[in-house]
Design a protein around this ligand. Structure first.
Ligand code: CA
Length: 173
């Protein structure tokens, strides 16, 4: 029975040049595997697969990692992202954020500068050592912007607190 727990349907693969194969491509967050039902006609794909096909035809939501220690801010961001169809993951420390990055397919990171365990700048440096995933900084003071930009940390954008979650989501988009 598939998809197994934790797997997502990534896409529907139909029509090799000879047209003898059609089926589903199944992918988990960490591994990729292909499962085909061989049939000459896509319409012959067993009915039990049809709901997976409908899932496959929906775009996968963007996974957004929020690294922010203030719950009220993080919850506002989470809500705005979910409303817009994104899939937020929230961690409160830089260390937890970096761990998440190893196990989750993250599409973008929202990174607070002032974290309890390490500076957001250091988190960004570690992210950049392994990944080009887009980073948006949350800074508490206008004065920090010069550092964000000046240190050439490889951040892609920044937002100064207090900010409107809708505006942040527009930047994410
Ligand atoms: Ca903070």
């Amino acid at each position: 029975e598939f998809p197994a727990h934790g797997m997502r349907i990534r896409g529907l693969s139909i029509a090799t040049p000879s047209g003898e194969r059609s089926g589903l491509q199944v992918e988990s967050r960490t591994t990729r595997l292909h499962t085909y039902t061989s049939t000459e006609d896509p319409a012959l794909i067993p009915l039990r697969f049809h709901r997976y096909i409908r899932e496959a035809q929906r775009p996968m939501p963007g996974v957004i990692l929020i690294i922010e220690d203030e719950p009220s801010i993080a919850e506002n961001i989470e809500f705005a992202l979910e409303t817009d169809g994104f899939l937020p993951i929230w961690t409160t420390t830089g260390g937890d954020g970096l761990e998440k990055l190893k196990t989750e397919a993250v599409d973008l990171i929202i990174l607070d500068v002032g974290l309890p365990d390490m500076s957001g700048f250091d988190v960004c440096r570690e992210i950049r050592a392994q990944s080009r995933v887009p980073v948006i900084f949350l800074t508490a003071r206008e004065g920090e912007i010069d550092r964000v930009v000046g240190l050439e940390l490889g951040a892609d954008d920044y937002v100064v607190k207090p900010f409107s979650p809708r505006e942040l989501v527009a930047r994410v988009r």
